[in-house]
Design a protein around this ligand. Structure first.
Ligand code: HEM
Ligand SMILES: CC(C)=CCC/C(C)=C/CC/C(C)=C/COP(=O)(O)OP(=O)(O)O
Length: 331
Protein backbone atom coordinates (compact mmCIF):
# COMPACT_ATOMS: atom_id res chain seq x y z
CA UNK A 1 0.00 0.00 0.00
CA UNK A 2 1.31 3.44 -0.93
CA UNK A 3 1.06 6.19 1.66
CA UNK A 4 1.61 9.84 0.81
CA UNK A 5 4.65 11.56 2.36
CA UNK A 6 2.47 13.89 4.44
CA UNK A 7 0.92 11.07 6.43
CA UNK A 8 2.57 9.99 9.67
CA UNK A 9 1.02 7.94 12.44
CA UNK A 10 -0.19 10.65 14.85
CA UNK A 11 0.49 10.51 18.61
CA UNK A 12 -2.11 8.33 20.37
CA UNK A 13 -4.95 10.17 22.16
CA UNK A 14 -6.08 9.54 25.75
CA UNK A 15 -9.83 9.76 25.36
CA UNK A 16 -12.64 8.90 27.77
CA UNK A 17 -14.61 5.67 27.26
CA UNK A 18 -17.45 7.51 25.48
CA UNK A 19 -15.03 9.41 23.24
CA UNK A 20 -13.47 6.09 22.24
CA UNK A 21 -16.93 4.63 21.48
CA UNK A 22 -17.70 7.69 19.37
CA UNK A 23 -14.48 7.25 17.40
CA UNK A 24 -15.25 3.58 16.61
CA UNK A 25 -18.76 4.63 15.58
CA UNK A 26 -17.28 7.22 13.19
CA UNK A 27 -14.81 4.64 11.83
CA UNK A 28 -17.78 2.70 10.41
CA UNK A 29 -19.04 5.71 8.32
CA UNK A 30 -22.48 5.12 9.88
CA UNK A 31 -24.49 7.56 7.75
CA UNK A 32 -24.33 5.32 4.69
CA UNK A 33 -25.37 2.10 6.44
CA UNK A 34 -29.16 2.78 6.86
CA UNK A 35 -29.69 2.91 3.09
CA UNK A 36 -27.84 -0.39 2.63
CA UNK A 37 -30.18 -1.87 5.25
CA UNK A 38 -33.29 -0.37 3.63
CA UNK A 39 -32.32 -2.19 0.40
CA UNK A 40 -31.79 -5.43 2.33
CA UNK A 41 -35.17 -5.17 4.09
CA UNK A 42 -36.99 -4.31 0.85
CA UNK A 43 -35.43 -7.29 -0.89
CA UNK A 44 -36.46 -9.59 1.99
CA UNK A 45 -40.07 -8.39 1.89
CA UNK A 46 -40.35 -8.78 -1.89
CA UNK A 47 -38.78 -12.26 -1.67
CA UNK A 48 -41.19 -13.26 1.11
CA UNK A 49 -44.19 -11.54 -0.54
CA UNK A 50 -44.82 -9.28 2.40
CA UNK A 51 -44.34 -11.33 5.54
CA UNK A 52 -40.90 -12.02 6.96
CA UNK A 53 -40.11 -13.83 10.20
CA UNK A 54 -39.16 -10.95 12.58
CA UNK A 55 -36.07 -12.69 13.99
CA UNK A 56 -34.70 -13.37 10.50
CA UNK A 57 -35.30 -9.74 9.49
CA UNK A 58 -33.70 -8.37 12.64
CA UNK A 59 -30.61 -10.60 12.51
CA UNK A 60 -30.05 -10.05 8.76
CA UNK A 61 -30.19 -6.28 9.24
CA UNK A 62 -27.86 -6.49 12.25
CA UNK A 63 -25.29 -8.65 10.47
CA UNK A 64 -25.62 -6.50 7.33
CA UNK A 65 -24.78 -3.46 9.43
CA UNK A 66 -21.82 -5.26 11.05
CA UNK A 67 -20.46 -6.37 7.66
CA UNK A 68 -20.81 -2.88 6.13
CA UNK A 69 -19.19 -1.36 9.24
CA UNK A 70 -16.30 -3.81 8.92
CA UNK A 71 -15.85 -2.93 5.23
CA UNK A 72 -15.84 0.80 5.97
CA UNK A 73 -13.35 0.36 8.84
CA UNK A 74 -10.90 -1.48 6.57
CA UNK A 75 -11.42 1.25 3.94
CA UNK A 76 -10.52 3.84 6.60
CA UNK A 77 -7.32 1.94 7.43
CA UNK A 78 -6.32 1.63 3.78
CA UNK A 79 -7.15 5.21 2.83
CA UNK A 80 -5.58 6.87 5.88
CA UNK A 81 -3.02 8.74 3.76
CA UNK A 82 -5.47 10.38 1.36
CA UNK A 83 -8.03 10.88 4.14
CA UNK A 84 -5.34 12.86 6.02
CA UNK A 85 -4.74 15.07 2.99
CA UNK A 86 -8.39 15.84 2.22
CA UNK A 87 -10.16 18.55 4.22
CA UNK A 88 -13.45 16.61 4.23
CA UNK A 89 -11.92 13.44 5.71
CA UNK A 90 -9.02 14.78 7.83
CA UNK A 91 -10.99 14.46 11.08
CA UNK A 92 -11.77 10.77 10.65
CA UNK A 93 -10.57 8.65 13.61
CA UNK A 94 -7.42 7.18 11.99
CA UNK A 95 -5.93 10.28 10.31
CA UNK A 96 -6.60 12.28 13.46
CA UNK A 97 -4.91 9.63 15.61
CA UNK A 98 -7.91 8.72 17.76
CA UNK A 99 -7.77 5.05 16.70
CA UNK A 100 -4.59 3.08 16.07
CA UNK A 101 -4.24 0.92 12.95
CA UNK A 102 -3.93 -2.38 14.85
CA UNK A 103 -7.04 -1.65 16.95
CA UNK A 104 -9.04 -0.70 13.87
CA UNK A 105 -8.02 -3.93 12.15
CA UNK A 106 -8.98 -6.08 15.16
CA UNK A 107 -12.32 -4.23 15.34
CA UNK A 108 -13.01 -4.86 11.63
CA UNK A 109 -12.14 -8.56 11.86
CA UNK A 110 -14.34 -9.04 14.95
CA UNK A 111 -17.28 -7.32 13.23
CA UNK A 112 -16.93 -9.45 10.08
CA UNK A 113 -16.52 -12.71 12.00
CA UNK A 114 -19.56 -11.94 14.20
CA UNK A 115 -21.63 -11.08 11.12
CA UNK A 116 -20.66 -14.30 9.34
CA UNK A 117 -21.26 -16.57 12.35
CA UNK A 118 -24.60 -15.04 13.35
CA UNK A 119 -25.96 -14.91 9.81
CA UNK A 120 -24.96 -18.53 9.13
CA UNK A 121 -26.56 -19.62 12.40
CA UNK A 122 -29.87 -17.78 12.04
CA UNK A 123 -30.30 -17.54 8.23
CA UNK A 124 -28.02 -19.54 5.94
CA UNK A 125 -24.47 -19.81 4.69
CA UNK A 126 -25.27 -18.25 1.27
CA UNK A 127 -26.43 -14.92 2.73
CA UNK A 128 -23.52 -14.92 5.22
CA UNK A 129 -21.03 -15.58 2.40
CA UNK A 130 -22.55 -12.78 0.30
CA UNK A 131 -21.93 -10.36 3.16
CA UNK A 132 -18.26 -11.40 3.13
CA UNK A 133 -18.17 -11.00 -0.68
CA UNK A 134 -19.50 -7.45 -0.13
CA UNK A 135 -16.57 -6.68 2.16
CA UNK A 136 -14.09 -8.29 -0.26
CA UNK A 137 -15.39 -6.33 -3.28
CA UNK A 138 -15.46 -3.00 -1.43
CA UNK A 139 -11.97 -3.46 0.04
CA UNK A 140 -10.26 -5.52 -2.70
CA UNK A 141 -11.85 -4.31 -5.93
CA UNK A 142 -12.86 -0.74 -5.08
CA UNK A 143 -10.48 0.52 -2.38
CA UNK A 144 -7.30 -1.39 -3.31
CA UNK A 145 -7.51 -2.06 -7.01
CA UNK A 146 -9.53 0.71 -8.68
CA UNK A 147 -10.09 3.77 -6.47
CA UNK A 148 -6.66 5.26 -7.17
CA UNK A 149 -6.18 3.94 -10.70
CA UNK A 150 -9.35 4.17 -12.81
CA UNK A 151 -12.20 6.56 -13.60
CA UNK A 152 -14.39 3.44 -13.61
CA UNK A 153 -13.54 2.80 -9.94
CA UNK A 154 -17.04 3.39 -8.61
CA UNK A 155 -18.76 1.67 -11.54
CA UNK A 156 -17.05 -1.68 -11.01
CA UNK A 157 -16.36 -1.25 -7.28
CA UNK A 158 -19.92 -0.03 -6.84
CA UNK A 159 -21.01 -3.65 -7.15
CA UNK A 160 -20.23 -3.93 -3.41
CA UNK A 161 -23.03 -1.54 -2.53
CA UNK A 162 -25.43 -3.55 -4.71
CA UNK A 163 -24.84 -6.77 -2.77
CA UNK A 164 -27.27 -6.06 0.15
CA UNK A 165 -30.34 -6.93 -2.00
CA UNK A 166 -28.70 -10.28 -2.79
CA UNK A 167 -28.07 -10.83 0.93
CA UNK A 168 -31.72 -10.09 1.76
CA UNK A 169 -33.08 -12.35 -0.96
CA UNK A 170 -30.74 -15.22 -0.05
CA UNK A 171 -31.60 -14.87 3.65
CA UNK A 172 -35.28 -15.48 2.91
CA UNK A 173 -35.17 -18.04 0.09
CA UNK A 174 -31.72 -19.65 0.39
CA UNK A 175 -31.07 -18.91 -3.30
CA UNK A 176 -30.78 -16.06 -5.84
CA UNK A 177 -33.52 -15.48 -8.39
CA UNK A 178 -33.81 -13.19 -11.44
CA UNK A 179 -35.60 -10.61 -9.26
CA UNK A 180 -32.67 -10.59 -6.79
CA UNK A 181 -30.20 -9.98 -9.63
CA UNK A 182 -32.45 -7.27 -11.04
CA UNK A 183 -32.47 -5.45 -7.68
CA UNK A 184 -28.65 -5.82 -7.71
CA UNK A 185 -28.61 -4.26 -11.21
CA UNK A 186 -30.82 -1.36 -10.07
CA UNK A 187 -28.38 -0.36 -7.30
CA UNK A 188 -25.40 -1.03 -9.58
CA UNK A 189 -26.71 1.34 -12.29
CA UNK A 190 -27.87 3.88 -9.66
CA UNK A 191 -24.41 4.18 -8.06
CA UNK A 192 -22.68 6.20 -10.84
CA UNK A 193 -25.32 9.01 -10.93
CA UNK A 194 -25.36 8.96 -7.10
CA UNK A 195 -21.64 9.30 -6.68
CA UNK A 196 -20.63 11.36 -9.73
CA UNK A 197 -23.21 14.04 -8.81
CA UNK A 198 -21.40 14.38 -5.48
CA UNK A 199 -17.99 14.02 -7.12
CA UNK A 200 -18.76 17.09 -9.29
CA UNK A 201 -19.08 19.06 -6.05
CA UNK A 202 -16.07 17.67 -4.16
CA UNK A 203 -13.76 16.97 -7.13
CA UNK A 204 -11.07 19.43 -5.98
CA UNK A 205 -10.48 17.32 -2.89
CA UNK A 206 -10.02 14.17 -4.99
CA UNK A 207 -7.83 16.02 -7.51
CA UNK A 208 -5.57 17.21 -4.68
CA UNK A 209 -4.75 13.63 -3.64
CA UNK A 210 -4.62 12.25 -7.19
CA UNK A 211 -7.74 10.06 -7.00
CA UNK A 212 -9.02 9.82 -10.62
CA UNK A 213 -12.73 10.30 -9.95
CA UNK A 214 -14.50 10.86 -13.30
CA UNK A 215 -14.98 14.69 -13.15
CA UNK A 216 -11.32 15.15 -12.17
CA UNK A 217 -10.20 13.38 -15.34
CA UNK A 218 -12.84 14.15 -17.98
CA UNK A 219 -14.43 17.38 -16.66
CA UNK A 220 -17.94 18.50 -15.75
CA UNK A 221 -19.62 18.19 -19.13
CA UNK A 222 -18.50 14.63 -19.90
CA UNK A 223 -19.45 13.60 -16.35
CA UNK A 224 -22.94 15.09 -16.70
CA UNK A 225 -23.32 13.12 -19.96
CA UNK A 226 -22.36 9.89 -18.19
CA UNK A 227 -24.80 10.66 -15.35
CA UNK A 228 -27.57 11.22 -17.92
CA UNK A 229 -26.76 7.95 -19.73
CA UNK A 230 -26.83 5.88 -16.52
CA UNK A 231 -30.10 7.53 -15.39
CA UNK A 232 -31.65 6.84 -18.77
CA UNK A 233 -30.71 3.19 -18.34
CA UNK A 234 -31.82 3.06 -14.70
CA UNK A 235 -35.47 4.03 -15.09
CA UNK A 236 -36.55 1.26 -17.52
CA UNK A 237 -34.52 -1.28 -15.54
CA UNK A 238 -36.50 -0.47 -12.36
CA UNK A 239 -39.74 -1.20 -14.25
CA UNK A 240 -38.60 -4.73 -15.23
CA UNK A 241 -39.41 -5.75 -11.62
CA UNK A 242 -43.09 -5.52 -12.60
CA UNK A 243 -42.96 -6.55 -16.27
CA UNK A 244 -41.79 -9.16 -17.16
CA UNK A 245 -40.60 -10.46 -13.76
CA UNK A 246 -43.84 -9.96 -11.77
CA UNK A 247 -41.79 -9.77 -8.56
CA UNK A 248 -43.70 -6.55 -7.82
CA UNK A 249 -47.09 -5.22 -8.90
CA UNK A 250 -48.45 -2.03 -10.44
CA UNK A 251 -48.25 -0.01 -7.23
CA UNK A 252 -44.46 -0.32 -7.30
CA UNK A 253 -44.50 0.21 -11.08
CA UNK A 254 -46.31 3.55 -10.71
CA UNK A 255 -44.00 4.67 -7.87
CA UNK A 256 -40.88 3.68 -9.86
CA UNK A 257 -42.12 5.58 -12.90
CA UNK A 258 -42.88 8.73 -10.91
CA UNK A 259 -39.57 8.67 -9.00
CA UNK A 260 -37.68 7.89 -12.22
CA UNK A 261 -39.29 10.83 -14.02
CA UNK A 262 -38.00 13.23 -11.34
CA UNK A 263 -34.53 11.61 -11.50
CA UNK A 264 -34.46 12.05 -15.30
CA UNK A 265 -35.54 15.69 -15.06
CA UNK A 266 -32.82 16.48 -12.55
CA UNK A 267 -30.16 14.65 -14.60
CA UNK A 268 -31.38 16.52 -17.70
CA UNK A 269 -31.15 19.87 -15.88
CA UNK A 270 -27.58 19.02 -14.89
CA UNK A 271 -26.77 18.14 -18.48
CA UNK A 272 -27.81 21.67 -19.51
CA UNK A 273 -25.58 23.31 -16.87
CA UNK A 274 -22.87 20.75 -15.96
CA UNK A 275 -20.83 23.20 -13.84
CA UNK A 276 -23.76 24.30 -11.69
CA UNK A 277 -22.78 22.91 -8.27
CA UNK A 278 -26.24 23.49 -6.77
CA UNK A 279 -27.77 21.40 -9.54
CA UNK A 280 -25.27 18.60 -8.88
CA UNK A 281 -25.85 18.79 -5.11
CA UNK A 282 -29.59 18.61 -5.66
CA UNK A 283 -29.20 15.51 -7.86
CA UNK A 284 -26.96 13.84 -5.25
CA UNK A 285 -29.49 14.47 -2.47
CA UNK A 286 -32.33 13.28 -4.66
CA UNK A 287 -30.44 10.08 -5.52
CA UNK A 288 -30.54 9.10 -1.85
CA UNK A 289 -34.23 9.96 -1.47
CA UNK A 290 -34.88 8.06 -4.71
CA UNK A 291 -33.32 4.82 -3.50
CA UNK A 292 -35.13 5.07 -0.16
CA UNK A 293 -38.49 5.74 -1.81
CA UNK A 294 -37.99 3.06 -4.48
CA UNK A 295 -37.28 0.50 -1.75
CA UNK A 296 -40.30 1.75 0.21
CA UNK A 297 -42.35 1.34 -2.99
CA UNK A 298 -41.32 -2.32 -3.18
CA UNK A 299 -42.27 -2.83 0.48
CA UNK A 300 -45.68 -1.13 0.14
CA UNK A 301 -46.36 -3.12 -3.01
CA UNK A 302 -45.51 -6.46 -1.39
CA UNK A 303 -47.60 -6.00 1.79
CA UNK A 304 -50.59 -8.37 2.00
CA UNK A 305 -52.90 -5.39 2.64
CA UNK A 306 -51.86 -3.74 -0.65
CA UNK A 307 -52.20 -6.99 -2.58
CA UNK A 308 -55.69 -7.50 -1.09
CA UNK A 309 -56.72 -3.93 -1.94
CA UNK A 310 -55.51 -4.26 -5.54
CA UNK A 311 -57.33 -7.58 -5.99
CA UNK A 312 -60.58 -6.06 -4.58
CA UNK A 313 -60.19 -2.98 -6.76
CA UNK A 314 -59.58 -4.92 -9.96
CA UNK A 315 -62.62 -7.09 -9.18
CA UNK A 316 -64.75 -3.93 -8.82
CA UNK A 317 -63.44 -2.55 -12.11
CA UNK A 318 -64.13 -5.87 -13.83
CA UNK A 319 -67.70 -6.00 -12.48
CA UNK A 320 -68.31 -2.37 -13.42
CA UNK A 321 -66.99 -2.99 -16.92
CA UNK A 322 -69.11 -6.11 -17.39
CA UNK A 323 -72.24 -4.05 -16.52
CA UNK A 324 -71.20 -1.06 -18.62
CA UNK A 325 -69.98 -2.82 -21.77
CA UNK A 326 -73.34 -4.33 -22.86
CA UNK A 327 -74.98 -0.91 -22.34
CA UNK A 328 -72.36 0.83 -24.48
CA UNK A 329 -72.36 -1.74 -27.25
CA UNK A 330 -76.17 -2.07 -27.10
CA UNK A 331 -75.85 -5.85 -26.73
C1 HEM B 1 -18.63 2.96 -4.88
C2 HEM B 1 -19.82 3.41 -4.59
C3 HEM B 1 -20.09 4.64 -3.74
C4 HEM B 1 -19.29 5.70 -3.49
C5 HEM B 1 -17.87 5.95 -3.97
C6 HEM B 1 -20.02 6.59 -2.61
C7 HEM B 1 -19.51 7.76 -2.08
C8 HEM B 1 -20.17 8.57 -1.19
C9 HEM B 1 -19.56 9.72 -0.56
C10 HEM B 1 -18.12 10.18 -0.74
C11 HEM B 1 -20.50 10.25 0.23
C12 HEM B 1 -20.33 11.48 1.14
C13 HEM B 1 -20.06 10.94 2.50
C14 HEM B 1 -19.28 11.90 3.35
O1 HEM B 1 -19.37 13.12 3.14
O2 HEM B 1 -18.57 11.39 4.23
C15 HEM B 1 -21.70 9.47 0.10
C16 HEM B 1 -22.87 9.71 0.77
C17 HEM B 1 -23.89 8.78 0.86
N1 HEM B 1 -23.95 7.56 0.23
FE1 HEM B 1 -22.74 6.92 -1.22
N2 HEM B 1 -21.25 6.05 -2.36
C18 HEM B 1 -21.32 4.86 -3.01
C19 HEM B 1 -22.37 3.97 -2.98
C20 HEM B 1 -23.41 4.08 -2.11
C21 HEM B 1 -24.38 3.04 -1.90
C22 HEM B 1 -24.40 1.70 -2.61
C23 HEM B 1 -25.25 3.52 -0.96
C24 HEM B 1 -26.44 2.86 -0.37
C25 HEM B 1 -27.28 2.16 -1.08
C26 HEM B 1 -24.82 4.87 -0.60
C27 HEM B 1 -25.48 5.67 0.29
C28 HEM B 1 -25.07 6.93 0.65
C29 HEM B 1 -25.80 7.79 1.58
C30 HEM B 1 -27.11 7.45 2.29
C31 HEM B 1 -25.05 8.95 1.71
C32 HEM B 1 -25.39 10.21 2.54
C33 HEM B 1 -24.76 10.17 3.87
C34 HEM B 1 -25.06 11.45 4.61
O3 HEM B 1 -26.15 11.54 5.17
O4 HEM B 1 -24.20 12.32 4.59
N3 HEM B 1 -23.71 5.16 -1.31
N4 HEM B 1 -21.48 8.45 -0.79
C1 LIG C 1 -22.77 -6.40 1.80
C2 LIG C 1 -21.76 -5.39 2.22
C3 LIG C 1 -20.99 -5.69 3.43
C4 LIG C 1 -21.58 -4.28 1.48
C5 LIG C 1 -20.68 -3.19 1.84
C6 LIG C 1 -20.66 -2.20 0.75
C7 LIG C 1 -20.34 -0.82 1.17
C8 LIG C 1 -19.75 -0.57 2.48
C9 LIG C 1 -20.62 0.17 0.29
C10 LIG C 1 -20.41 1.59 0.56
C11 LIG C 1 -19.91 2.35 -0.62
C12 LIG C 1 -19.42 3.72 -0.22
C13 LIG C 1 -20.27 4.55 0.60
C14 LIG C 1 -18.25 4.16 -0.61
C15 LIG C 1 -17.64 5.46 -0.14
O1 LIG C 1 -16.55 5.70 -0.93
P1 LIG C 1 -15.15 6.10 -0.33
O2 LIG C 1 -14.87 5.19 0.83
O3 LIG C 1 -14.15 6.12 -1.40
O4 LIG C 1 -15.48 7.59 0.16
P2 LIG C 1 -14.55 8.67 0.87
O5 LIG C 1 -14.01 9.54 -0.20
O6 LIG C 1 -15.55 9.40 1.74
O7 LIG C 1 -13.52 7.94 1.65
Amino acid sequence: MQTSPTWQSPTPHHDSFWQVCRSYWQLTKPRIIPLLLIETAASMLVAAQGTVEPLLLLVTLLTGALAAASAQSINCIYDRDIDFDMERTRHRPIPSGRIQLRDALIFAVVLAATAFALQTLVANVLSATLEMVGIAVYVGVYTHWLKRSSTQNIVIGGAAGAIPPLVGWAAVTGELSWAAWLFFAIVFIWTPPHFWALALVIQDDYAKVGVPMLPVVVGDEATAKQIWAYTLLLVPITLLMTVPLHATGWVYGAIALYLGWIFLRKAWDLLQTPSDRDQAKSLFKYSILYMMALSAGMVIDSLPVTRAAITALSQQVYEFASVLMPLLTGA
